[in-house]
Design a protein around this ligand. Structure first.
Ligand SMILES: NC(=O)c1ccc[n+]([C@@H]2O[C@H](COP(=O)([O-])OP(=O)(O)OC[C@H]3O[C@@H](n4cnc5c(N)ncnc54)[C@H](OP(=O)(O)O)[C@@H]3O)[C@@H](O)[C@H]2O)c1
Length: 294
């Protein structure tokens, strides 16, 4: 019998890739959009778990507007902390396993790369609310996997790959921050990882090392500028325009960002026996998909 998975989130980068890949993994997927389950109403959306009785719940929706969160802290906290906590309680009550996503922005970036157990210290409201959400999920549901990821990109939605290609296409000046380090991650690779481990999670008992905090990101650390150069090389080859290096202080933003929130994925690679591919390979697939769509 195929695995019954209930997914919160229909339109986000990770949500779309999960939807796209579910059939290939033989997953029986039910997707809840914002209209079906608004995370701003945590208790109401948590009731969906009891209604659907899934084997596994995936919470792929979140408040992800990092700068806006500085002025919408109440809403961000309800969506990123209270709703995940309520859904985790419902999962525990229904006997469902749960996958929740978090971020490298739970770290202050002064001591990266970070292993899952390293001390946290978010610099912004988004990171604070995501950290609170991690804690509420892990406290409420002993069969929960919280996956921190970073710099997520895909052929859909708003993301760095699409922004860089648009600015380059318009002939605009390319000035990109060169003093923030991290690991780009294709939503497609993250979704593939999730479904490749879903069956194991659904079978595993509380206390199994598959549960708790894990890190998943494509391989290779870079800066936003290095990332931009890689994207442009993949899309435009030798004709790629130059990318000027600027520093974080040259581009003030409402929310502070970690300088090196880089995720160390080695513990996750060992537990799940996975090896994330290099980010350039993953981004090459996105660039190819965008070319086909153009
Ligand atoms: N993007 C990144 O670089 C990044 C980095 C690290 C971690 N993460 C984490 O990875 C996970 C997936 O992120 P993503 O990149 O796929 O996000 P995304 O593309 O920004 O999509 C966010 C999704 O959440 C939904 N959503 C927002 N508020 C909601 C609400 N009140 N009720 C129901 N749905 C709501 C959005 O729906 P609408 O379309 O209706 O707005 C959208 O489907 C999140 O937990 C995020 O924190 C992301």
């Amino acid at each position: 019998m195929s695995l019954r998975v209930l997914q919160y989130g229909a339109t986000g980068q990770v949500s779309r890739e999960l939807i796209r890949q579910a059939a290939g993994f033989g997953i029986d997927l039910t997707v809840l959009s914002r209209a079906d389950a608004d995370l701003a109403d945590p208790e109401r959306c948590a009731r969906r778990v009891a209604e659907h009785r899934p084997d596994l719940v995936i919470l792929a929706a979140a408040y992800t507007a990092v700068d806006l969160a500085e002025t919408e802290a109440v809403l961000a906290r309800r969506v990123n902390a209270e709703a995940p906590g309520a859904i985790a309680r419902a999962c525990a009550a229904a006997g469902a396993a749960m996958i929740h996503f978090s971020t490298d922005y739970v770290f202050d970036g002064r001591g990266g790369p970070y292993a899952p157990g390293d001390p946290t210290g978010p610099l912004n409201v988004y990171g604070e609310t995501k950290l609170e959400g991690e804690g509420k999920v892990l406290d409420a549901c002993p069969r929960a996997l919280v996956i921190r990821t970073s710099w997520v990109v895909s052929a859909h939605g708003k993301n760095f790959v699409k922004t860089i290609l648009r600015v380059a296409g318009e002939g605009g000046p390319l000035k990109v921050v060169d003093d923030q380090f991290g690991r780009p991650t294709a939503a497609a690779d993250l979704a593939g990882f999730v479904f490749s481990v879903a069956g194991r999670l659904a079978q595993a008992r509380a206390g199994d090392p598959v549960f708790g905090l894990h890190h998943f990101a494509n391989a290779g650390e870079t800066t936003w500028r290095g990332f931009a150069e890689g994207i442009l090389e993949l899309a435009m080859g030798a004709g790629a325009p130059a990318v000027e290096a600027i520093s974080t202080s040259d581009r003030p933003a409402p929310a502070a960002r970690p300088a090196r929130g880089t995720l160390d994925t080695s513990a996750t690679e060992a537990v799940f026996e996975v090896r994330p591919r290099p980010w350039r390979d993953a981004v090459a697939d996105i660039v190819a998909e965008l070319k086909v769509a153009a």
